[in-house]
Write a protein that binds this ligand. Structure first.
Ligand code: SF4
Ligand code: SF4
Length: 313
């Protein structure tokens, strides 16, 4: 979870860095997506962020069947697959050298995740300082789960804070308390994913119970750190967006004094092809994205609950 390079510098495994995002906090933001997440939400739209280390993806739809990857692979893990004219990857044999990625002329092979030092990431972030200044933006560290690499996340946030850059993280809060505590001194806003209040349903849909998450939320609220909390509820039709779950969620959040807002994040199907690139199954293949009317209706229901519990008033 915490790593160093040969010079003793803290490193992290970064999935990608996106600039000028308007969806991950106030103003224009640079979003650093990290690898590694302890949960396995069935609706996850970034499966390439779940595992901690770099991973190989094969987009068979882009493959031209040229066979170059099979020629360079030192492990014999790829075969040109004459039948469909596409490369076939034997993941059990792959050694993760990524030589094939750099040789593929079609961009069909992709490496998800790269090791970067804190200094390298901070330098990327500070390139956009002028935009943060004019838009009121800053940096957001997301994932995966930023608390899965706590030292790296804390050091990047500390560097940003010392440069006067507004800081935020997007977290599921499923982490040991010392991981949470490591980032709090350097944080302006914490976006907390609150998915399901029923322990059994949480376990069924995410792979883990919600006790640790709720306990971390309570401890952050009781801590001396001046951090704003914005709760985010993924809107998974029939799962998280039910009257009962929204009502129980808002009731729980009404006791969080550092809470500033509650957002609904409608379910979408972007990114599900990545499951195939990674050789995995997407188990919610038949789930349909909610209509605009349904999103609006649920938003209004949430607003009524927030009014009832005097949140944001
Ligand atoms: S990453 Fe390396 S070992 Fe794995 S398939 Fe590509 S070339 Fe072969
Ligand atoms: S190098 Fe790329 S295009 Fe050629 S067979 Fe391999 S994956 Fe397909």
């Amino acid at each position: 979870m915490n790593a160093m390079d040969k010079k003793g510098r803290t490193t992290g495994t970064v999935l990608r860095i996106e600039r000028s995002s308007i969806h991950d906090g106030q103003g224009l933001r640079t979003v650093v997506f990290l690898k590694g997440c302890p949960l396995r939400c069935l609706w996850c739209s970034t499966p390439e962020s779940q595992r901690p280390g770099p991973e190989l993806g094969l987009a068979a739809d882009r493959c031209r069947g040229c066979g170059t990857c099979a020629e360079v692979c030192p492990a014999g893990a790829i075969s040109p697959a004459a039948e469909k004219g596409k490369a076939e990857l034997n993941r059990a044999e792959c050694r993760g050298c990524f030589a094939c990625v750099f040789e593929c002329p079609a961009g069909a092979l992709k490496k998800y995740g790269v090791s970067m030092t804190v200094e390298e990431v901070a330098a990327e972030i500070s390139r956009d300082e002028v935009f943060y200044f004019h838009s009121g933006g800053g940096v957001t560290i997301s994932g995966g789960e930023p608390l899965f690499q706590p030292r790296f996340t804390a050091e990047v946030l500390r560097k940003c804070k010392r440069l006067g850059i507004h800081t935020a993280i997007e977290t599921c809060l499923f982490a040991p308390w010392d991981h949470v505590e490591a980032v709090l001194p350097w944080l302006d806003v914490l976006y907390a994913d609150i998915k399901l209040m029923d322990e059994g349903l949480h376990k069924r849909w995410t792979g883990a119970g919600n006790g640790l998450i709720l306990e971390n939320l309570r401890r952050i609220d009781a801590s001396p750190y001046d951090v704003e909390i914005i709760a985010r509820v993924p809107m998974i039709p029939g799962v998280t967006d039910t009257d009962d779950n929204l009502s129980d969620t808002v009731e729980m959040l009404s006791r969080v004094t550092k809470l500033r807002d509650i957002e609904l994040l409608p379910y979408h199907r972007l990114g599900i092809e990545t499951y195939g690139y990674l050789g995995r199954e997407y188990s919610l293949r038949d789930l349909v994205s909610p209509s605009e009317e349904h999103v609006l209706e649920r938003r209004k229901y949430l607003d009524r609950l927030m009014k009832k519990f005097r949140i944001g008033s």
